[in-house]
Ligand binder design. Sequence first.
Ligand code: ADP
Ligand code: MG
Length: 254
Amino acid sequence: MLKLNNISKRFGGLPALSEVTFYVTKGKITALIGPNGAGKSTLINCISGIIPADQGSILFEEKEISGLQAHEIARRGVARTFQNLRVLPRLSVLENVLCGLTVKSDHSFLKAMLRLPALRHQERFLRLKAMESLDLFGLTKKADWPMAALPYGDKKKVEMARAFVANPGIVLLDEPVAGLNSEETARIGVLVKQMRTAGHTMLLVEHDMELVMDISDHVVVLDSGRCIAQGTPEEIRHNPLVLEAYLGKIGAAA
Ligand SMILES: Nc1ncnc2c1ncn2[C@@H]1O[C@H](COP(=O)(O)OP(=O)(O)O)[C@@H](O)[C@H]1O
Ligand SMILES: [Mg+2]
């Protein structure tokens, strides 16, 4: 589904990613883990076109997407959430999810879509789709709430509902449970697994090792911008390089 080959990225001469190569398989959850500053968010930003990679190729459904603009990559079916929420606080929950449909609509601007009478039938259809996605994330009752009024955990879910609403080919999730308590984390874990059952492909950046081990099919480990290991959760759990680079640091911090 997604093939990264030799991706490198430098910031002001300092390498953030060095020759990262791995594949994401259709219908699976691939987890990307590693200590803070390992380059995980940078990689997600390169895939989604927010920043250009310096080197390497990114094939999505066998086509090169590296070098394309972010909106073009989104239009091809690469959706994402952000480590630090990016929602529109003054719009309603439903409107925030509708934004996720504009990428696939013929008209780029949500406002135009909501105003022009000729587009009303399309608006009804899009609202229906957005409500379906909100329903999956248990947010039907809060559809008309202003985004700003939602608790943090619900905002994370709205971002996910927005990422999945257009039925993308892949969803990149950057730390979907960061800042959530254990109950909310477990809930998101269940939702992510449900999305996989529904056939979605995901690349999950995550710090919560318990969650990663529980829900991932394949785990890729980054350390200082390099891919140091990959395998099943069980293989990664016992990989000495990983224990040293990642789990060791967490153990030391705990
Ligand atoms: N826009 C940027 N400008 C300069 N340096 C950056 C930028 N984004 C990330 N970095 C650096 O790249 C490295 C990797 O960061 P990041 O991808 O955010 O790591 P992670 O998500 O794994 O914690 C860090 O050293 C970080 O300081
Ligand atoms: Mg990050």
